[in-house]
Design a protein around this ligand. Structure first.
Ligand SMILES: [Zn+2]
Ligand SMILES: [Zn+2]
Length: 509
């Protein structure tokens, strides 16, 4: 069993953008990650459960536009809001989510960029690039299909531009071979990862499939290069990092490594995927603010990483795996593959469409939590479908979640503190489902077995205690906002699409 592999495990949930509130698509991802973390802990595994805030990037910049406050303050406010929602739903993170838009964090993105520049893995070139006129931004082939913008679906155009690229074409072969070693990934995940490599390779019309790393937007890690009057395009001196954003006191200048004078920075930022790519290093415990996380990571035994994300996240996974191979080549990591177990899930749908703020089919999470409680919400989403299937959010799903929650409450009322039974076949069956990441199947058996045990009149208190221990993985007993029953709750259809509480509250995924 994977969870009995010794060593430190990192259970990492893909990071949310900080441009709105969470919705049920996020709840599915984070609830699955949370059940996994609790399952691993229950097996005695040394696990850190973590996520990050995806605080850079165009979605956040667009979210801030029109809010009347700076992007920096807007993102901080949304991160607090998302953090509160994560608490309400009972996610058991061991460390506070890291925000990569802080100077203390993007300093290390800049440091890594410079190591890649020094190693010849980053280059500058004039190329035809895909351009979204609506977002006024270049689009990387990792983020677009041939004709439209990943963010807003606007028709993309082409323009010549001098940009910065990662030599990812040199890694295609190894990334393909690396997939063969990932036996903790499902066949589906490996197939999707392979398809994404092929797609990225073939979409690029006049480059060799190298990753377009630079962005023209201002809200991102400043590219640590200067246009020096004496030295030309030249790296910033390491000792002067971070090169700060204007919001953080930056003046648009950097100290040239060649001549030591202050010179204008290249007017580019880094794709936020680049910051995300070292999230696993960022989640490492006990890294002091000034400590280089890459060196800390290199000198410690690597974690076994469980990663929770949608099956549509292969653009991210491509970048994560690419950067892991790069870190290995730079002598900064002992491993080449960053994710041992990709625990992907399908989408949450509503009205036949993927749930997203963009489609305006996401019920308001805070309202749902106020009325239903976190237990019903977790159960509705998790019991609705196993992770590899789409989960259709509907009245039926909510009714089912309430039914499961009522049975759990009856069990909690009946179960006494006794030593749980260990050996029963049905418990092994339930545990087998948890281990195989089939949470809805585990809940199905758990529900029917609990009903059976309760009807039998609690004659086997050890059985009840054992069942309750499994329920506690899915609905933690210390969770706030417990909903006791159906008597006071409205019919499920009374959650209409809410008005956006923020001007540009448009979380897309
Ligand atoms: Zn766009
Ligand atoms: Zn210079």
């Amino acid at each position: 069993m994977m969870s009995e592999i010794p060593g430190w495990h990192l259970n990492f949930d893909s990071a949310p953008f900080c441009n709105g509130s969470l919705h049920l698509g996020h709840v599915r991802n984070y609830a699955l990650g949370d059940v996994r973390a609790r399952w691993l802990r229950s097996r005695g595994v040394d696990v850190t459960h973590a996520t990050a805030f995806d605080a850079f990037g165009l979605p956040n910049e667009m979210g801030a536009r029109g809010s009347g406050i700076s992007t920096d303050r807007y993102v901080a406010r949304q991160a607090r809001r998302i953090g509160r929602q994560m608490d309400r739903v009972g996610f058991s993170y061991d460390v506070p989510p890291r925000d990569y838009s802080r100077p203390g964090a993007y300093r290390w993105s800049q440091w890594l960029f410079l190591r890649m520049w020094d190693a010849g893995l980053v280059y500058r070139a004039e190329r035809g690039v895909s351009w979204c006129p609506n977002c006024a931004e270049v689009i990387s082939v990792t983020q677009a299909d041939r004709s439209s913008c990943w963010r807003c679906n606007a028709h993309a155009t082409w323009r010549r531009s001098t940009e910065w690229f990662v030599r990812s074409s040199a890694y295609f072969e190894r990334l393909g071979r690396g997939l063969e070693t990932l036996d903790g990934w499902s066949d589906r995940a490996r197939r999707l990862a392979r398809e994404s490599i092929v797609r990225i390779r073939t979409l690029d019309p006049d480059g060799p499939g190298d990753w377009l790393l630079s962005r023209v937007r201002s809200w991102g890690t400043p590219l640590p290069m200067v246009e020096c009057a004496a030295c030309g395009i030249h790296p910033v001196d390491d000792a002067t990092l971070p090169v700060r954003l204007k919001e953080h006191g930056g003046d648009g200048l950097g100290t040239c490594r060649g001549c030591g004078t202050r010179q204008p920075l290249v007017a580019r930022t880094l794709d936020c995927f680049f910051d995300d790519a070292w999230c696993f290093e960022g989640a490492v415990r006990d890294v002091a603010p000034d400590e280089n996380p890459f060196e800390a990571w290199r000198d410690r035994p690597p974690a076994r990483v469980h990663f929770h994300a949608g099956h549509d996240s292969f653009a991210y996974l491509f970048v994560f795996r690419l950067i892991a191979h790069v870190l290995h080549d730079l002598g900064l990591s002992r491993r080449t593959e960053p994710i041992d177990w990709f625990q992907g899930h399908d989408v949450v749908t509503a009205g036949g469409k993927k749930m997203s703020k963009r489609h305006r089919n996401a019920p308001n999470l805070d309202t749902l939590l106020d009325r239903e409680g976190a237990a019903v919400l977790r159960l509705s989403v998790l019991a609705g479908a196993n992770p590899d299937k789409p989960m259709a959010w509907s009245d039926d799903a909510l009714v089912r979640g309430r039914r499961f929650a009522r049975t759990l409450q009856r069990l909690r009322d009946a179960a006494r503190p006794v030593t749980p039974e260990q050996e029963a076949g049905v418990l092994q069956r339930i545990d087998g489902f948890f281990e195989a990441y089939r949470i809805a199947s585990a809940l199905d058996v758990l529900f029917s077995e609990t009903e059976r045990a309760l009807k039998a009149g609690s004659t086997r208190p050890g059985r009840l205690a054992a069942l309750l221990a499994r329920w506690d993985l899915v609905v933690p007993p210390d969770m706030p906002a417990w909903n006791h029953g159906p008597s006071s709750v409205p019919s499920p259809s009374s959650y209409p699409e809410p008005p956006c509480p923020e001007p540009f509250d448009s979380t897309g995924s």
